[in-house]
Design a protein around this ligand. Structure first.
Ligand SMILES: [Mg+2]
Length: 180
């Protein structure tokens, strides 16, 4: 049983696990050959269903852009208007209703940025959507802790499994906080 679990965990395991986007150093990503970020919206850039961007997050986006990295928001949120409003406020292109972990939204993001999968980092707060999808894409995946404790009912349910999976990864020393 254990080898099967370990194999499955590999698909769900982020390359890096950090407290928030602000802990991601864009220069380290640049040195790794990464030129773009496909980033989740809810609980990654704004609190769940939030309509305001924290000052620290806004500043981080500016630093990322100043470093030369391109960014595109790839969200599963169904409210296209809110995703567009938040993204435009940050000056970022966006893809709502992307059905992560399907790769469709990420591929659309790659097209917009003109980059290949190995040239992007996928950043998000959920293992079963952002990280699984990003790993399937072949990107450098970064898991962040959610910005708020609020989630949709379905996500709350999935979080139960997520906690279990993260604990298993921790027990196997699969989680790392460094990007190098
Ligand atoms: Mg999210």
């Amino acid at each position: 049983m254990t080898p099967i679990i370990t194999y499955l965990l590999r698909w769900l395991c982020p390359k890096c696990y950090v407290p928030s986007v602000m802990a991601i150093d864009p220069q380290v990503l640049w040195r790794k050959g990464i030129r773009g970020i496909l980033i989740d919206l809810d609980n990654t850039l704004v609190p769940w269903h939030g309509t305001e961007v924290l000052e620290g997050v806004r500043q981080w986006i500016s630093e990322v852009k100043a470093c030369g990295l391109q960014v595109c928001v790839v969200s599963n949120a169904t409210s296209g208007r809110r995703v567009a409003k938040m993204s435009e406020w940050l000056g970022l292109p966006n893809i709502p209703r992307s059905f992560k972990p399907r790769r469709w939204g990420f591929r659309r993001g790659l097209q917009i940025l003109g980059l290949k999968p190995h040239e992007v980092a996928v950043v998000g707060d959920q293992v079963f959507t952002d990280i699984l999808g990003g790993n399937r894409l072949g990107a450098f995946t970064i898991l962040v802790q959610p910005l708020s404790h609020h989630d949709s009912i379905s996500t709350k349910f999935i979080r139960l499994f997520e906690r279990l999976v993260l604990r298993w990864m921790q027990q196997r020393s699969m989680l790392t906080t460094t990007m190098d």
